[in-house]
Design a protein around this ligand. Sequence first.
Ligand code: ATP
Ligand code: MG
Length: 394
Amino acid sequence: MKANLFKLAQQVVQEIRNYGFQAYIVGGAVRDSILGRTVDDIDIATSAYPDQIQKIFPRVIPTGIEHGTVLVRYQSTSFEVTTFRTETSYSDFRRPDTVKFVTDLREDLARRDFTMNAIAMDQSLQLIDPYHGQVDINNKIIRTVGRAQERFLEDPLRMMRAIRFQSQLGFELAEEVLHAIYDNRKWLDKIAVERIAVEWEKTLKGNYFSDAKRSLFRTGLVNHLPILSEDIIQQSLQRLNSSLPSLAAFIAYMNLTVSEIAIADWTNSWKLSNQLKKSSRLLVQLVQDYPKEPLKWLLYRLPEDLIEDFTILCTLFQKNPFTQEEIKMVQKNLVIKDRQDLAINGKDIISFFPNRSKGSWIQNLLLETEKAVVTELIKNDKNDIREWLQYDNQ
Ligand code: ATP
Ligand code: MG
């Protein structure tokens, strides 16, 4: 499927060309294919307008018409197709004030952030590289298209993007880029925190996180990130020398090392979802509970999507005897997978103790039962559970 992706993209490009328009593969896909990295999605730039693309392909989703972007569905694969454009001023630091469509590929490449992201590939895989992105890729260097000072002032998010690409690719930042980030760092305050969070998460996940972190401190950009600007947090961040699989794992790590800053402070300042707050809380709890609580009870509460985060956090806190596979094995052999599987429910508990009035004791006993069944202290059988509860709670 993945190997096919470029072939499909070439077909989409050719189809657009058949209608007399220009079309090229652009952006991260070109960069990553030069680097031999896996490519998951392909962007296409074209001289055609969105309504013209809508006429060429039967299935087109209008995802960002005002910016010239549509999503073309082609043989069950999505391609983001964007009309060539230049971006004029960014007076509110959010989005360009006006998007001007152009007919020249070079003008479109000129608006892109870094030379390595400003290479186009045509239908026969030839590269069009007016800003010498290939040279910078070979030298593993991140350089802006045009003057860094101007490009960062124009869109300060690019400073975070430079650092996240360093984390993902292990490239160095050009001296000019480092200086320009230092000079323009305060403008990051103008950028919506949600957009910064996207880049920060990618930075955390990068294989070269430590290099990126060094740049973050060296340029002072770290002082313009929510909470990370605080001294006490910076000390802890300095000690973090491995990448993390998610923002939830990052927040859990930070809360476990600097408990004064609550998880809700993190998620509020970074405008993160409730789901992320829940995941971070659970991770903190599980890491703290290990190895105090019985292993089965611990892993019973660990959802599949947090297994990697949990093992990495345990390693960071020097308490990891397990691989992810071992965890999955233990989970597979658990007697019940969740509370629904329990042979009793709250109503049953009430019926076991007909003389008691309702109260929080019901939930407490339910939890106690759940734990006893999971740890195989008792069988998951209604009669066994009743006897056990009545004996213990006479
Ligand atoms: P990834 O592999 O993470 O998707 P990418 O290079 O595709 O990396 P995107 O954020 O998907 O990055 O953006 C696609 C392309 O759009 C970039 O390669 C770049 O050419 C351009 N681009 C994105 N954001 C900006 C920006 N803020 N300023 C200028 N160009 C940008
Ligand atoms: Mg991309």
